[in-house]
Design a protein around this ligand. Sequence first.
Ligand code: NAI
Ligand code: MHF
Length: 291
Amino acid sequence: MKVSEILKKNEVTISCEIFPPKQGAQLQNYKAIAAEIAKLKPAYISCTYGATGGTSDYTVEIADAINSYGVPAIAHLTCVSSTREKVHTVIHELKERGIENILALRGDIPTNTDFPLPDQYHHAIELIREIKEAGDFCIGGACYPEGHPEAANMNEDLDHLKEKVDAGCEYLTTQMFFDNNIYYRFLYKALAKGIDVPVTAGIMPVTNAAQVKRTISLTGNLVPAKFLSIVDRFGDNPAAMKQAGIAYATEQIIDLIANGVNHIHIYSMNKPDVAAAIMNNLSQIYVREQA
Ligand SMILES: NC(=O)C1=CN([C@@H]2O[C@H](COP(=O)(O)OP(=O)(O)OC[C@H]3O[C@@H](n4cnc5c(N)ncnc54)[C@H](O)[C@@H]3O)[C@@H](O)[C@H]2O)C=CC1
Ligand SMILES: Nc1nc(=O)c2c([nH]1)NC[C@@H]1CN(c3ccc(C(=O)N[C@@H](CCC(=O)O)C(=O)O)cc3)CN21
């Protein structure tokens, strides 16, 4: 099923995100993680492409497995560290396997190579246009409520975002944020630019202290004082930090839904227990059909 169809319904959706195995890791274990998250009945599950050391070779496999568990899959696809040939091969594989949803991304710029390489991709929009040409996919894009760290300013970043939507992005998913006001302000600015596709709110449950550093380096964001005091107080007590991180994410989600935001994307990242705890906290708020 296309994610654009799911997001059209006037109801709350909660989705999850996982990453593929690193080279040499057991694919079967990652499929088992996907199956566990699928049991929670999220609206869809997305699988990253080469992020965090996971290898892009397995994204198609994992997306296929997600679909087989009865949950719509989104395969991420990044282009900046890839050749056109490789990208077209992956698009072809996705089509063959009946994977209808692609999150079209530029991707993080590798630190060990020169950028830009001649004759290669520079921005997500080039990938969006090529996917659109290649078949009947539902295409999503990324957006940055605090501005992309490489963007000169928010205004320019939003102009590029509008171009991505005009090129065929049917929905957008946000970079993680820890203060909902940042998301609300972003929605107003995006609307003012004429960006009127659904913008799913990306929530990252930070359940250990090491993730805080990782998150700041991924996003270039500041984290609010309220969040930092949680890390300060509970960072070296893993069980307490996990509980506090789950509560923080739950509270963010409840505030979003209470204020009319229907679509929440949890960066659950291969932690079925964390995804389950949040879903359980929302059991009367996000009610799904029983199997
Ligand atoms: N590997 C994965 O699965 C995921 C990766 N990401 C990350 O998101 C980040 C960037 O990806 P996207 O948002 O897809 O990139 P993008 O190409 O849309 O934007 C990246 C930067 O380039 C600027 N830009 C965009 N189009 C432009 C144009 N035509 N001319 C000049 N400047 C332009 C933007 O304002 C922004 O600063 C990366 O850091 C990526 O790795 C995000 C989610 C998942
Ligand atoms: N700049 C950027 N690059 C990305 O790849 C990316 C984003 N932003 N934002 C949205 C999602 C979120 N991503 C994430 C989020 C969290 C972890 C994370 O916490 N990783 C852990 C565990 C990794 C492992 O077990 O291998 C880590 O410590 O790195 C990784 C990728 C990938 N995506």
